[in-house]
Design a protein around this ligand. Structure first.
Ligand SMILES: [Zn+2]
Length: 99
């Protein structure tokens, strides 16, 4: 996948302090956007796969899921990758109709 970012912030004056503060602001925006974009892009790809790289912790289903909270928070999206265990909370298991 490829990633591109476009941020816009105001820098009031060309001082070391103002430029440093602006840089810190941009780096925070970039970090947040980068993680969310990359993770969501892969999550979209995984949801298109017939057999998912994750499974339902209750019935073992690996194929039939739908998005429960499509625009979830980053921590919720990360559950897809097992970073926040133990279960996949933002997709709805269609096999047994449970979450
Ligand atoms: Zn299930």
């Amino acid at each position: 996948m490829s990633y591109g970012a476009n941020f816009s912030i105001d820098i009031s004056e060309p001082t070391l302090k103002a430029i440093t503060q602006a840089y810190i602001q941009v780096s925070r925006m970039l970090l947040s956007d980068f993680f969310q974009t990359v993770v969501k892009r892969f999550a979209d790809y995984f949801m298109e796969l017939k057999t998912k790289p994750f499974y339902c912790g209750r019935c073992g289903n690996r194929e039939e899921f739908i998005w429960k909270t499509r625009e979830g928070k980053l921590t919720e999206v990360l559950t897809l990758f097992g970073i926040v265990p133990p279960c996949v909370k933002e997709v709805f298991c269609l096999q047994m109709s449970h979450t």
